[in-house]
Design a protein around this ligand. Structure first.
Ligand SMILES: *Cc1c(COP(=O)(O)O)cnc(C)c1O
Length: 398
């Protein structure tokens, strides 16, 4: 049993103690936090939909019509027309036969993996996958094996004979912003009778001209996408701006999840009004590609500016642009320095990221302006230690 006080001391001493900040008012690029207005670059509200007036109005109208609580799980008496309408729209959006709503992405991942795998199977997971995929594997009691990040050769060597392999990957890696090699994973899976599951929490809404995510970005769309990635998970609390998640795939997959996914069966359905609000947000995400275009402008602007400052950039085409600090103290110091300059970028520390790769996880939203990006860059340029300037000089001397 953990010793509560000792564990808290240990976390404090290691710089790993986490604290919540107190937000007032809506999620925004200039939130009021702990009583102060900051310019924030750490939300996952990539399209700026979390407080969109039409989404708020849809939630209000939905609640007036359908009440607030769903009252029961989907299989008892909680499955509402509003859920059904959203599932139909989500399935059409990603081009799958069906989609199934879950309360959160965390629960969707637990539910899918546990429903599909058991003792004797193995789950092959990218080392940088989201924690919920790791936890789902543990819950399933299948063997969990983690392959080095995006390393197809190593993955291939881990496959067992027969049909007992589930390959699981983030579409966009949540702390790094890079994409999984989905076409290569799909071809390996199809040649080895393995099943491929992609969790596209950070791709849905953001990537591809239509916002259909990593698969669309990589040129996999329509029936081809369904064949390549039979299990697609998307979340609704990030780019879509509301809350919840979905699993999309064949009608049979969804039917199996309804029968077997414990995190679907044994929990209260989402409020129907939330499904109505999400449907509205999904429509906006589809109908306003200019939000994705704005994001791409901001990303390009940041990357060009960061490059000329000599910052070490990750290979990320997404709104997730990490600056790796290395040790925890440096990451915390950078974050504190930005906050002293009224900019909020939370430091991300182990175990969320591997040891020695603590970082600032900078994210952009379509609600940011170019001038916001410039202010971030100007502030980073004045960072007292100028770590990256040293790196740039080292590079130039080579
Ligand atoms: C955020 C996230 C989840 C969890 O989704 P929630 O709806 O927040 O529970 C799952 N997978 C990935 C890759 C994520 O980034």
């Amino acid at each position: 049993m953990i010793q509560i006080a000792a564990e808290l001391d240990r976390l404090r001493d290691a710089g790993l103690y986490r604290q919540r900040r107190l937000l007032a008012g809506p999620q925004a690029v200039r939130p009021r936090i702990d009583g102060r207005e900051l310019l924030a670059f750490c939300s996952n509200d990539y399209l700026g939909l979390a407080a969109h007036p039409a989404v708020i109005e849809a939630l209000r109208e939905g609640a007036a019509r359908d009440g607030v609580g769903s009252g029961a799980s989907h299989l008892i008496s909680g499955h509402h027309e509003a859920h059904e309408a959203l599932e139909t729209a989500l399935a059409a959006f990603v081009g799958r036969e069906r989609a199934l709503l879950f309360s959160t992405g965390y629960m969707a991942n637990l539910g899918v993996i546990q429903a599909l795998c058991g003792r004797g199977d193995q789950i092959l997971a990218d080392r940088l996958n989201h924690a919920s995929l790791v936890d789902g594997a543990r819950l399933s009691q299948a063997r969990l094996r983690r392959y080095p990040h995006a390393d197809i050769d190593r993955l291939q060597g881990m496959l067992i004979n027969g049909n007992g392999n589930l390959i699981v990957t983030d579409g966009v890696f949540s702390m790094d912003g890079d994409l999984a090699p989905i076409p290569a994973l799909a071809s390996l899976a199809s040649h080895s009778d393995a099943l491929l599951m992609v969790d596209d929490a950070h791709g849905i809404g953001v990537l591809g001209a239509g916002g259909r995510g990593s698969l669309e970005h990589l040129g996999l769309d329509g029936p081809e996408a369904q064949a390549a990635v039979p299990i697609l998970v998307g979340t609704l609390g990030k780019a879509i701006g509301t809350f919840g998640a979905f699993v999309a795939g064949s009608a049979e997959l969804v039917e199996l999840l309804i029968q077997r996914a414990r995190s679907y069966i044994y929990t209260t359905a989402l409020p129907p009004a939330l499904a109505t609000a999400t449907l509205k947000a999904l429509q906006i995400a589809q109908q306003e590609p200019e939000r994705r275009e704005q994001l791409q402008h901001l990303i390009s602007r940041f990357r060009a500016g960061a490059y000329s400052l000599g910052l070490a950039l990750a290979d990320s085409p997404t709104p997730i642009q990490p600056l790796i600090a290395g040790d925890v103290d440096t990451a915390l110091r950078w974050s504190r320095y930005l906050e002293d300059n009224d900019i909020l970028v939370t430091a991300i520390r182990p175990p969320t990221v591997p040891q020695g790769s603590a970082r600032l996880r900078i994210t952009f939203s379509a609600a940011h302006q170019a001038t916001d990006v410039d202010r971030l860059l100007e502030t980073l340029a004045r960072l007292p230690e100028q770590q990256w300037v040293k790196e740039r000089q080292a590079k130039q001397q080579r």
